[in-house]
Design a protein around this ligand. Structure first.
Ligand SMILES: [Zn+2]
Ligand SMILES: [Zn+2]
Length: 169
C-alpha cells in the first residue's frame, strides 16, 4: 500500500499564499473574480494571476474546484486525501460546503473502474441540497421540488421499495 501522504508542498509564491489565504477566509466557494476583488489591494490585478495561482494550489492539493459552481474552496484537510475520492456537500441556500471523503464509495468506484477497464484519475462527487442549519432556519417552508443541477453521477443500486405518500403538510 503506497503511503497516503501528499508530496511535500513546495514553497508558495506570494500570489499563491494570498489566494489561499483569501479562500481560507471564505465560508463558501469563491469565484476567481471574487478572489480578485478581495486581493486587488494586495497587488493582484488580472484574473490571469488568480487563475495561475489557483492552478498551482489545485495541483498541490490545497484547493479544489467545485465544478457545479465554477468556484474554488480551500481543502478542508489537505493531508488527508493525497489521492482518492472527495465529496462536497453544497448548501444551495447559504453556499456552505462540507468536504469529506468516503472510502466505501471510493472502493465501489475503483471496483467498477477495474471491471470496466477504466483508468480513473480523479473522482469528485458534488452533492447539492440544504445544510442542517438552513433546514432548521427554514423548516416552515419546505421546498416542494428539488432543483437538480446536471451532474454526471453514479447512481447507487436501485431499490424497489418506496415510502408511500409524503403528503402536503
Ligand atoms: Zn480536500
Ligand atoms: Zn445552508
Amino acid at each position: 500500500m503506497p503511503p497516503a501522504t501528499h508530496p511535500p508542498t513546495p514553497a508558495l509564491t506570494r500570489h499563491q499564499s494570498l489566494v489561499l489565504g483569501a479562500l481560507a477566509r471564505e465560508d463558501a466557494p469563491a469565484s476567481a473574480y471574487a478572489l480578485l476583488s478581495h486581493l486587488q489591494g494586495e497587488g493582484l490585478r488580472a484574473p490571469q494571476q488568480v487563475y495561475r495561482a489557483l492552478d498551482k494550489l489545485i495541483e498541490y492539493g490545497l484547493v479544489h474546484r467545485v465544478e457545479t459552481m465554477n468556484a474554488f474552496v480551500a481543502c478542508a484537510h489537505p493531508h488527508a486525501h493525497a489521492q482518492g475520492l472527495v465529496v462536497f456537500a453544497i448548501c444551495d441556500q447559504c453556499g456552505h460546503v462540507d468536504e469529506f471523503s468516503d472510502s466505501a464509495i471510493e472502493q465501489r468506484l475503483q471496483g467498477w473502474s477495474r471491471s470496466a477497464g477504466f483508468r480513473m484519475k480523479e473522482s469528485t462527487v458534488e452533492l447539492h441540497g440544504d445544510c442542517a442549519r438552513c433546514q432548521a432556519a427554514g423548516s416552515r417552508e419546505a421546498p416542494a421540488v428539488a432543483a437538480m443541477p446536471a451532474a454526471p453521477a453514479a447512481k447507487p443500486a436501485r431499490r424497489a421499495r418506496k415510502a408511500p405518500g409524503a403528503g402536503p403538510a
